[in-house]
Ligand binder design. Structure first.
Ligand code: FE2
Ligand code: FE2
Length: 269
């Protein structure tokens, strides 16, 4: 809760005499603006990693589970899913199974497009978190595996390693460590050994900027109320995503079962 310093507030408006001349609406508006400005200067409070760990046993699910397999609404129930078409494409999965992340990834891809990034980066941004439908924990690695057979190697590389690079600043590239991560993992969180090792490898890798640019666009992609449509990306998907003719999940690829698991998450076995 922010403490209002009355004297400071009045002084900021030009003193008591100036305040007297203001309408009540103008005063209310000024107060709101003042409170917003204060909010931005207040020191932020983040949880410690130990506090995050202590929350585990307060939940009836684990945080790494895929979006399709639970609802986190208190007393919520999962919904019946729309059936998939017989030969589903990426767009079918995007529209029918990946709705929970679609707004976020569309905003990411939109930022990449608006800032003139290459098509492969735009598509990497569009795909980067969509595997959350299946599983969230270690999602960069799962995501790269899910898309690996259908996209260029560099694009899967960008998806795989955006997860590791999210933990490491690169101010020169325009990426600062996000408050979101301080809240999700705790302010004193130390990344897992595989993330540290991959970061060390990435620093000198010729493709470093591929996953880095995904993180750069990721940072700004949580604007509430901003809705981006898939339409501007359809051609880019068409140029870089090879949908198998049998449909994703029916193509006998090493990851076909991952697509089937998203197609039918209600199957008990
Ligand atoms: Fe991510
Ligand atoms: Fe993301």
């Amino acid at each position: 809760m922010i403490q209002l310093d009355r004297r400071h507030f009045i002084a900021s408006l030009g003193g008591a005499a100036a305040v007297k001349l203001m309408s009540s609406e103008a005063k209310a508006e000024a107060l709101e603006a003042y409170m917003m400005a204060q909010l931005n200067t207040q020191p932020k409070k983040f949880p410690k990693a130990a506090e995050i760990e202590a929350q585990i046993e307060t939940r009836d699910y684990r945080r790494g589970v895929g979006n399709l397999f639970l609802t986190t609404q208190p007393n919520g129930k999962v919904k019946k899913l729309e059936p998939m078409p017989p030969k589903p494409t990426f767009l079918d999965f995007f529209n029918l199974r990946m709705q929970q992340t679609s707004n976020h990834v569309l905003q990411s891809a939109n930022r990449a497009m608006k800032t003139g990034m290459p098509e492969e980066i735009i598509l990497a941004c569009l795909l980067h978190d969509t595997v959350h439908a299946l599983i969230k924990v270690d999602h960069g690695y799962w995501g790269a595996q899910l898309y690996g057979p259908y996209v260029p190697e560099k694009l899967a590389f960008a998806i795989r390693y955006h997860q590791a690079l999210r933990f490491y600043e690169d101010k020169e590239a325009g990426y600062e460590y996000p408050d979101l991560y301080r809240n999700l993992f705790g302010e004193d969180y130390v990344p897992a050994p595989h993330i540290q090792a991959d970061y060390k490898m990435l620093k000198n890798h010729k493709w470093y900027m591929e996953p880095r640019l995904v993180t750069v666009n990721d940072l700004y992609a949580f604007e509430p109320g901003v809705v981006v449509k898939i339409d501007p990306f359809i051609d880019i998907i068409g140029r870089h995503f090879k949908n198998p003719k049998e449909g994703l999940g029916n193509d006998g690829s090493p990851v076909a079962h991952m697509w089937r698991a998203m197609a039918m998450p209600d199957n008990p076995l």
